[in-house]
Design a binder for this molecule. Sequence first.
Ligand SMILES: NC(=O)c1ccc[n+]([C@@H]2O[C@H](COP(=O)([O-])OP(=O)(O)OC[C@H]3O[C@@H](n4cnc5c(N)ncnc54)[C@H](O)[C@@H]3O)[C@@H](O)[C@H]2O)c1
Length: 445
Amino acid sequence: MQILMVGTGYVGLVTGACFAEMGHTVTCLDIDSEKISKLNQGIIPIYEPGLEEIVKRNIKQHRLFFTTDYQSAVANSLVCFIAVPTPSKEDGSCDVSYVEAAAREIGMNMTDYRVIVNKSTVPVGTANLVTKVIKEVTDVPFDVVSNPEFLKEGAAVQDCLKPDRIIIGSNASKPAEILKEIYSAFTLNHERMIVMDTLSAEMTKYAANAMLATRISFMNEIADICKRVGANVNEVRKGIGSDSRIGYSFLYPGVGYGGSCFPKDIRALIAVAKNAGAEPTLLEAADSVNNRQKKILAEKMLKYFAKKGGLKGKTIAVWGLSFKPDTDDMREAPSLNLIEDLIKQGASLRLFDPVAMPNAKKVLEGLPNISWCEDEFDAAKGADAIALLTEWKQFRLVDFKPIQGEMKGFAFFDGRNQYKPLDMKGKGFDYISIGVPDQMHDKKN
Ligand SMILES: NC(=O)c1ccc[n+]([C@@H]2O[C@H](COP(=O)([O-])OP(=O)(O)OC[C@H]3O[C@@H](n4cnc5c(N)ncnc54)[C@H](O)[C@@H]3O)[C@@H](O)[C@H]2O)c1
């Protein structure tokens, strides 16, 4: 089938490439002409494991095209997906203006029946809004479908090729059947499509993200209580995860959730709820626990260094900057909160991330006292402390001996509970993590 993907970002590029991989002919469109020009030269603008290979293969096999031209792209595609940004407005509600703009462009260029599919994460009722926007600019018949995306950055290609489920929100059978045909190649193993009305599909996406974000905030709150009463959240996590009604996923405490989805989507759902006259008490609590959690490592550092002359003039190595491993995405990354707090306190920072440094440099441009390092060893040079912010695999089994030889101090702040506390103490660190009793290296204190 001929498919148009409007918006060639983390979602549009990955799903467009995966549709092509399954045999569809896909045109990815973006208003960012630099991005499209790079893609036409085979340069992939984002880091996503496995993406480059399938993009290049499908370009070569003439199933994947990139353009900025709505007219020809809409003319050639029966189905037009919208995968553009839906950021937060200042009041936390969702800004759907990019979706409206894309819908208007599609509408103005339609010459025949089209199915417009909303893949962006949008407030409940946006399919109706898209219908209204298109009707304002054309008399050509069309249907609007909601098909929220559930891929995870860092595992996006696999998630897309083997989705847990495909939600098709449609109020009519014809467009739902067209969507089922598009996805049929993804569901050979077992049925994964769930068809429902558009409002429920839009709500499903927000509810799923809100549930996951709430689980993280719940564990962060449990970690805080553990710390105060002397319990160890790592043990508690295993203890509760073993309950089959609970399960082990999304039970990791840390420095708060970030990224381009959870924070904005929970805020948007709060706005949707309030607008509908509901009281989203639990959602507001999950959001506020997360905002508090993003400050936790800086607070621990302030406390630790209080007896050592404060953070002013101290050097802190930061390992990992992206909001999670296997992505270069810096949107709402907890590392940004820490970096800002430490700089305010007068610390100098030595930063390293395996792939997110180019994006991090753009976001942190102009901030003082930042050195960009070659690797985790380089970052630790002359540092009074190391802070682990993103649990990249390469940080799991680090040889700490040479690192300690290069450090000025011996504190390790583990924002992701990646190491065994007693091991770290044995290695000579003052080891401070989340929801676990601190381990102070006796000889040096
Ligand atoms: N990133 C994720 O992990 C993820 C997962 C599920 C759902 N989503 C949702 O998918 C949507 C897209 O997210 P993303 O992370 O891919 O965003 P992104 O910022 O990476 O990409 C969006 C792209 O859309 C382009 N664009 C903006 N306006 C346009 C227009 N009028 N016409 C054509 N292109 C336009 C931008 O230039 C950009 O390249 C959002 O609603 C997001 O919430 C994201």
